[in-house]
Design a binder for this molecule. Structure first.
Ligand code: KG4
Ligand code: ZN
Length: 403
């Protein structure tokens, strides 16, 4: 049985180097994140080689910051947890190698965590913190939930069930091509906005008409055309798509192409280029462009296009998630991952859940995007059940959750 239940977690799967200390999976003592956005922004996306280099540079100070903020010494810890996949191989390896060395030097157990499981536990961690505030240390029973993990690399629906000791995940649906966050990032790029695109689109969508461009998502009618073929996605390896109910499959590559066609048809490309220059690449570009700067460069037609794109994406996520909820009879929905920071998504999911008298929960904004507190929270049941990583632990870029 662990002493104080203190886990130091390390997360380096993509473009954030993060370390956190969480006590008993229910109290965040610190959560430090070093973002690499500034490094990748000029390339319009994450450059894997640069990500590994930046992780190497950031990992020691980030771990030190997490320990200092928590007022915890290495000798107080009960375990080290680390993300072992899915993600960029070189980036994951930086965290794994460091976590292994630390665990070895401190004679602590090492716990491997799936990044997607981490995103789900971001919401569970928030819920436990809220329960703690209400009920004190009296542990509240975990309850099963339908979880939508929606980020730059993933759009996956899981049924998450607490079992004795650990959680168990069943994959219910997923994207067959791009992740929703990837569509946000690609659309933002083609409109001359910065990386990552989600926050720009989130903010600018408020100023456009969401019904101006009627983007449609066709239902993926048959799974036969996908049978046998690997999905065209960078996300985790999962169950064959042909085994999943087509009503719960997502596809976000079409809308990106539809936006591109709209831009070309309405000759919005010169506007996008001018915007990119005014905001990011030109000699008069501000050091750190703000929403006001972006608004000043945005024409009404582009604002309508942005609002309509977001309205369609959120609508599709909403329809399919609630269709799965209905089919499974789930009463709790968790929405997590970077795109779960989106304001329209939160508002529309909350309204629909209230209409159906269901519980819906999101992580706080800082726990929505990549962080290590969620990794420490997911590791806690493993520490209790003694499920530790072998010495041979390595990065698994397409690690699956819930086969
Ligand atoms: O979870 P995350 O930090 O990293 C991955 O595991 O992918 O998610 C990053 C993604 C990016 O695609 C970013 O554009 C998107 O989340 N994102 C948003 C918002 N904030 C971040 N998308 C929509 N609205 C937002 N407010
Ligand atoms: Zn993530």
């Amino acid at each position: 049985m662990p002493g104080h239940g203190l886990i130091l977690a390390i997360e380096s799967s993509c473009d954030e180097t993060a370390a956190a200390i969480v006590q008993r999976g229910s109290q965040t003592l610190s959560s430090a994140v070093a973002s690499q956005i500034a490094t990748h922004a000029r390339y319009g996306g994450v450059v894997p080689e640069l990500a590994s280099r930046e992780h190497l540079r950031a990992i020691v100070p980030v771990v030190r910051a997490a320990l200092e903020q928590a007022h915890v010494a290495l000798s107080d810890l009960d375990a080290i947890a680390v993300t072992s996949g899915p993600g960029l191989a070189g980036a994951l390896l930086v965290g794994i190698t460091y976590a292994k060395a630390l665990a070895y030097a401190q004679n602590l157990p090492l716990i491997a965590v799936n990044h997607l499981e981490g995103h789900i536990h971001a919401v569970l961690l928030n819920e436990r913190e809220q329960q703690k505030a209400l009920h004190g240390d009296e542990p509240q029973p975990d309850q099963q939930a339908l979880a939508l993990v929606v980020s730059g690399g993933h759009t996956h629906l899981y049924l998450a069930r607490p079992t004795s000791g650990a959680w168990n995940y069943t994959l219910i649906g997923r994207t067959v091509d791009d992740a929703a966050g990837e569509a946000y990032d690609k659309v933002a790029k083609l409109l001359g906005l910065g990386y990552p695109g989600g926050p720009w689109i989130d903010a600018l969508a408020l100023h456009g008409n969401p019904r101006a461009v009627p983007f449609a998502f066709s239902q993926i009618k048959t799974k036969l055309h996908l049978g046998g073929k690997p999905p065209r996605t960078k996300a985790a390896r999962t169950a064959p798509i042909a085994n999943l109910d087509p009503r719960f499959l997502f596809s976000f590559s079409g809308i990106k192409t539809a936006v591109l066609r709209y831009v070309e048809l309405h000759n919005l490309r010169p506007e996008a280029e001018a915007r990119r220059e005014a905001l990011f690449t030109g000699p008069d570009a501000p050091a750190k462009p703000t929403l006001e700067d972006a608004l000043a460069t945005a024409d009404p037609q582009t604002l309508d296009l942005i609002a309509s794109f977001q309205y369609a994406v959120v609508g599709d996520l909403l329809r399919k998630t609630f269709a799965a909820q209905e089919a499974l009879g789930a009463t709790r929905i968790l929405v997590t991952g970077g795109v779960a920071a989106n304001r329209e998504l939160r508002a529309r999911f909350a309204t629909e859940a209230a209409r159906r008298n269901l519980h819906v929960a999101f992580p706080t904004i800082s726990l929505s995007t990549d962080n290590a507190a969620m990794i420490a929270a997911a590791a806690w049941p493993r520490l209790l059940s003694g499920e530790f990583a072998p010495d041979s632990l390595s990065a698994d870029p397409s690690l699956a959750l819930g086969l």
